[in-house]
Design a protein around this ligand. Structure first.
Ligand code: HEC
Length: 289
């Protein structure tokens, strides 16, 4: 029997089975789905209510006034001014998170975030048209079984790597500052060096790169030669204080640095703000010599 005849006879048998024993989708299957969906939503609403009404505004009242059966409402108040927060996804997104380290902005990130998922989706759509045998035994489906195992292994591997991946610590970036000062030629300008330290500690390198250090994330440009663009110290200062005024809504506002006095390496007060030394550092960055 040729493959096409086999398929025809299988399809015929399927149609007969449906006629004999089948039930229409509406209302049978739809009723089941509706009931089950309502149960799931009900459980979520129930758990959310228990969590909300057993916890109080203040996490410290847990165990006392409030039982906090399902955990406190929050553990720490959000700090909108933080600049050294290292964003990490929940564990079940670690594999995607790690893909972003393999595919670097800007060259291949489109491949990693759009290209590969699209290809996988197309394969998933095409599958019912390609895999038309009615065979379901795993031992007779080597391609599907091997593919599934490979997917599980690679997701496991990526999840593990994402879990143990280290972010560049501020202290490691700070350690690179003397080398920056040397290569950019501002080692004799204590204000620029102080600004480089603010830059290294302020979390700028979680998005920007500087002489090979840093993330290169979210489309943030390399700043190693920012001083050669002719913006001037004043221009750079107002940019960093509030980038949204210059059409940059990705970068946080660092205006708060204007009220923190800058210190040099010996801890001596430089008499100007951290925002100012940051701008002096950027202006002194004319690219490596
Ligand atoms: C959340 C990511 C992020 C962080 C953190 C960040 N930036 Fe940016 N920054 C960007 C992005 C994105 C751009 C580019 C916006 C554009 O091209 O419109 C940018 C642009 C800039 C520019 C202008 C570059 C140019 O040539 O156009 C400067 C200067 C700058 N950032 C300085 C800093 C400094 C200094 C810090 C730390 C105090 C910092 N940034 C922290 C994302 C960030």
């Amino acid at each position: 029997m040729s493959a096409i005849d086999e398929r025809r006879s299988q399809f015929k048998k399927y149609k007969e089975d449906v006629k004999d024993r089948g039930k229409p989708f509406y209302p049978y299957a739809m009723f089941h789905d509706t009931v089950m969906s309502l149960v799931v939503v009900g459980v979520i609403v129930g758990l959310a209510s228990v969590w909300f009404y057993t916890s109080g505004e203040n996490p410290d009242t847990c165990g006392g006034k409030d039982s906090c059966l399902l955990g406190p409402r929050y553990s720490e108040p959000a700090d909108p001014g933080t600049t050294n927060f290292v964003p990490r996804p929940d564990w079940y997104f670690y594999f995607l998170f790690y893909l972003l380290r393999i595919f670097k902005w800007p060259d291949s990130v489109i491949l990693g975030t759009v290209g590969i998922p699209t290809i996988l989706l197309i394969i998933a759509f095409a599958l019912p048209f390609l895999d038309i045998r009615s065979e379901r035994r795993l031992s007779r489906r080597p391609v599907a079984v091997v593919a599934a195992i490979l997917v599980v292994i690679s997701m496991g591997e990526l999840t593990y790597k994402g879990a143990v991946a280290k972010e560049a610590l501020a202290s490691e970036v700070v350690a690179a500052v003397p080398q920056w000062a040397q290569r950019e030629g501002f080692a004799n300008d204590p204000k620029a060096v102080a600004g480089a330290n603010v830059f290294a500690e302020g979390g700028c390198t979680s998005c920007h790169t500087y002489l090979g250090t840093g993330g290169g994330n979210l489309g943030a440009p390399d700043l190693s030669a920012e001083g050669s663009k002719g913006k001037g110290v004043q221009g750079l200062e107002s940019y960093v204080a509030d980038p949204s005024k210059f059409g940059n809504t990705v970068m946080p506002k660092f205006g708060a640095f204007a009220s923190i006095p800058a210190k040099d390496a010996q801890g001596k007060d430089l008499g100007i703000s951290q925002l100012r030394v940051l701008a002096i550092f950027l202006d002194a960055s004319k690219g490596p010599k």
